[in-house]
Write a protein that binds this ligand. Structure first.
Ligand SMILES: [Mn+2]
Length: 271
């Protein structure tokens, strides 16, 4: 039976996705394919780290589903969707091709889009702020570790250190302070990106890079991070009237937040 969304696709004016990491084992290509097959859009913005060339240099991993993602995107481009690719740091070699067009995909370092309601949107991946904000993958990893597991490792480490005559050192408190640091880094990143957009006279900024989806007002600029397809499976969308929304696409699609309700604290989240 044909799924209902293929008969009635979700129609958007624009879609932003980033941090897909094709070629990396952690990429949720199946979810992304399901999403891409369920939507129709005038503009498709690829906001960096679409292909993970870093990971592919270390280990070659390329299942069929990863080819299908590329084929689906090119298919949309062929059928009239304007596809704009802004490379990130994991696909930065593609940056050298900026201002060129390949198979209806235009490559740009940064881009300015205008929404249906006339707002100017700055698009960038976000890695250029790394020098200002240092956020490591270790911190992301730490954030995902369960507390019980952490305490267990902490105890084992203590025993081991004691056996070898080392003094007590708490992995748990080290990690806790790192998580605090990670939160500070995310906040710093968001503020820096919003500042740049404001400085350039933009109303909205859409970025990726930190794998932390969000949409909220920061200092007069609507900060949007479209998240990723490794951990959260999220995309930013523009509806026909210009409203921007963050979509969570796992087994069910849910609008996480909408800019019409940017101060709403109760975010409906379906795990
Ligand atoms: Mn990145």
């Amino acid at each position: 039976m044909t799924p209902i969304y293929q008969i009635h696709p979700l129609k958007y004016r624009a879609i932003w996705i980033s941090d897909v990491h094709l070629g990396y084992r952690g990429c949720n290509a199946e979810f992304l394919l399901d999403f891409l097959h369920s939507v129709e859009t005038e503009y498709l913005f690829l906001v960096g780290d679409i292909v993970d060339l870093w990971s592919m240099q270390k280990t070659m991993f390329w299942p069929q589903s990863h080819s299908n993602v590329i084929r689906t995107i090119l298919g949309k481009a062929k059928r009239g969707t304007k596809v704009i690719y802004i490379p990130g740091n994991h696909d930065e070699t593609i940056r050298e091709l900026h201002s060129s067009v390949f198979g209806n995909v235009a490559i740009h370092e940064e881009y300015v889009h205008t929404t249906a309601d006339g707002r100017r949107v700055l698009l960038l991946h976000g890695d250029k702020f790394d020098a200002v904000i240092k956020c490591s993958h270790l911190m992301n990893l730490i954030g995902n570790l369960g507390y019980d597991l952490l305490m267990y490792v902490n105890r084992m480490l203590y025993k081991l250190r004691r056996r070898f005559g080392f003094s007590y050192w708490s992995l748990a408190s080290y990690l806790k302070s790192s998580i605090r640091n990670a939160r500070t880094h995310i906040r710093k990143f968001e503020e820096t990106v919003a500042q740049e957009a404001k400085h350039r006279g933009m109303d909205v900024v859409v970025c990726g890079h930190i794998h932390h989806a969000d949409i909220r007002m920061i200092d007069g600029v609507l900060y949007c991070n479209d998240g990723d397809w490794v951990e959260s499976c999220t995309a930013m969308v523009e509806k026909p009237d210009g409203t921007l929304e963050l979509i969570h696409w796992s087994d069910r699609q849910v609008a996480l937040k909408c800019d019409a309700h940017e101060f709403a604290s109760d975010i409906a989240r379906v795990a």
